[in-house]
Design a protein around this ligand. Structure first.
Ligand SMILES: [Zn+2]
Length: 102
């Protein structure tokens, strides 16, 4: 390599080597970049696939209870319990408490 460069005019030889080196580095960077992009895309796809599953199981694991006033199904955490009766909202719990239309 050193001998070959010595035989050629310094600037021309160095330029050709640099050009090849630059092209080689460019290909390396391109390959690395594409592989990284593909890996990132695959990772994000896996994350997107994973995400809905826990969300669905979370909703399913929560107890749904029927409002004693209107019969609507409401997650237990969103409802109100008065005298061991479950209601969808404070308003319905109060309606029952007043017994205005029961
Ligand atoms: Zn209700």
């Amino acid at each position: 390599m050193g001998l070959m460069r010595d035989k050629l005019p310094a600037c021309k030889g160095l330029g050709a080597v640099m050009q090849k080196l630059f092209l080689f580095l460019l290909i390396l960077v391109a390959v690395w970049y594409v592989r990284r992009a593909l890996a990132a895309a695959q990772e994000s796809r896996e994350h997107r696939a994973e995400r809905p599953a826990p969300g669905v199981s979370e909703v399913k694991s929560e107890m749904m209870r029927e409002c004693s006033q209107c019969g609507v199904l409401v997650p237990e955490s969103e409802g109100v319990v008065v005298d061991e009766q479950f209601y969808c909202s404070q308003e319905h719990a109060h309606v029952r408490g007043r017994r205005s239309d029961a």
